[in-house]
Write a protein that binds this ligand. Sequence first.
Ligand code: PEP
Ligand code: MG
Length: 287
Amino acid sequence: KMVKELEEFKNKKIIYKNNEIKFKANIGSVEESEIIEEIDGIGLLRTEFILFDREKAPDYKEQKEIYQTISNNLGKKEIVLRTFDIGGDKQIDYLKLPKEKNPFLGKRGVRLYEEEKVHKLVEDQIESLFELSKEGHNFKIMIPMVSNNREVNRFFEEFIKPKQEKYNIKIPFGIMVETPSMALSFDKNTNIDFISVGTNDLTQYTLAVDRTNDEISDLYDYFDEGVMELIDIIIKKAINKGIDVSFCGESAAIPEMAKLLIEKGVKTLSMSYSNIPEVKKYLYHNL
Ligand code: PEP
Ligand code: MG
């Protein structure tokens, strides 16, 4: 009965102050893209997951096929593709990356893109997205784990701009906001079209609490007043500058948090597909 009751909310429209709230899915594989039916798009495609459980890195052709298949499964709806977020707790043997003392504060996300093997993977990734966009697919490109605007601009100059010139098209470009420094400075960047707030890491880095350590999990609090203040600042800055803002951390799937974010002006939430009916149900009755 419970399942049936929730089923009813799957396709329910949630309207707040005359705006329809968009619900997108976080996914990390072709398999997940197969089961998704009614959705406003993919708000976070965690591409590093395609690197796991294999012997060697995928080549260009293989990457392109994966993204193409996912896009086709979604009926070519919009997909925010996050470039590889390796490092931290996500290690991949065949890349043979150096071991670090403090991986969450070390080389992860874009910080790894100068390593030869990772560079090639990202180069292929971006190339395949421009190819697919030419063929009518609807991708946005988003980079993970940036700490400052220099990193963002370096990525843009190195990976995005040359492809824009080569293909003579633009793909919306944006960043994950996962560090307090970026939360306070993204609005000064003129290369980005959108941001998506990753509250899993933003909470970890704001509170200096390892998100994977059970010993200190009581300190890891999405609703912490410092974290919420930072979220407030992010949303205000984004609205002021007309930068599209969405949330894709797990906390967006906590019904009470979803409500708070929408009341602050957020119009797009991305979460695990299975959480959407529950969140919509709460919002339908409480917003
Ligand atoms: C986040 O940090 O909130 C996020 C969505 O990215 P990931 O969980 O993949 O680090
Ligand atoms: Mg993250």
